[in-house]
Design a binder for this molecule. Sequence first.
Ligand code: FER
Length: 288
Amino acid sequence: MKMKYLLLSLGLFFALQTIAQNEIVQAEKGFDIYNQDIAHGKIDTVTYKSKTVGTKRRAIIYTPPGYSKRKKYPVLYLLHGIGGDEKEWLNGGQPQVIFDNLYAGGMIEPMIVVMPNGRAMEDDRPVGNIFAKDKVEAFANFENDLLQDLIPYIEKKFPVIKKRNYRAIAGLSMGGGQSLNFGLGNLDVFSWIGGFSSAPNTKMPETLFPDSQKVKDRLNLLFVSCGDADGLMNVTQRTRDYLTNNQIPHIYHIIPGGLHDFKVWKESLYLFAQYLFKPIDPKTFENN
Ligand code: FER
């Protein structure tokens, strides 16, 4: 009898191992559909004092189902695009629905998601000419706001793990460029980085990766995705070429026929989130 259970649990162990090692390649049907029968996380808005901008700034926070101040969480900073603000992901992508579904399926580690306003200037609304020089520069200036104002605020107010292995940064388009620039530029702060349909604010590869060995040593995950029908595909392609040529492990996810829209960004978030804050089998990066 005992032997039977031993064999059964051994079998189950190997079956789970195989599942765990399988690469996550596609979003499951219904991954972005609201399900009223499962537990739901909570959405809040916070305001923090920004020394960088000299104003009070907003960020939206999603805490997972079962959230407790007695636990400690890793954090994903999730950034918007050139026409958006802190509400863009919520309005266009409903990441809370994607995350609730992932939690219900036991597919992700509990984490806090922070959705800030990435246009670090006094009037940070996406009004007027969203491509104006001062507005584009404000996206670069957000690096200072993020590192000096927002992260310290989050780490003071929320029960989070204050270590690089527990901080992720990802975003769509301008936010993808910011994530690559700020993430790779601050490997002591972030170790999980995702750029979805990254915009031309993405630094050129030689500047983005001044030291490929350091990236290889420090990074847990670099994930780049894009729709192959997106007009900005060239940005992801040039980053990708550099990663391949320099043998820097990464996940490259191309969505056939994908445009510059939330279909691509939701799928990217769904896939990226499943890798976060877990050990990654190095085999995942092969043929990628
Ligand atoms: C550009 C084209 C697109 C650019 C930014 C974008 C700064 C951003 C697009 C987006 O965030 O959706 O030339 O330059």
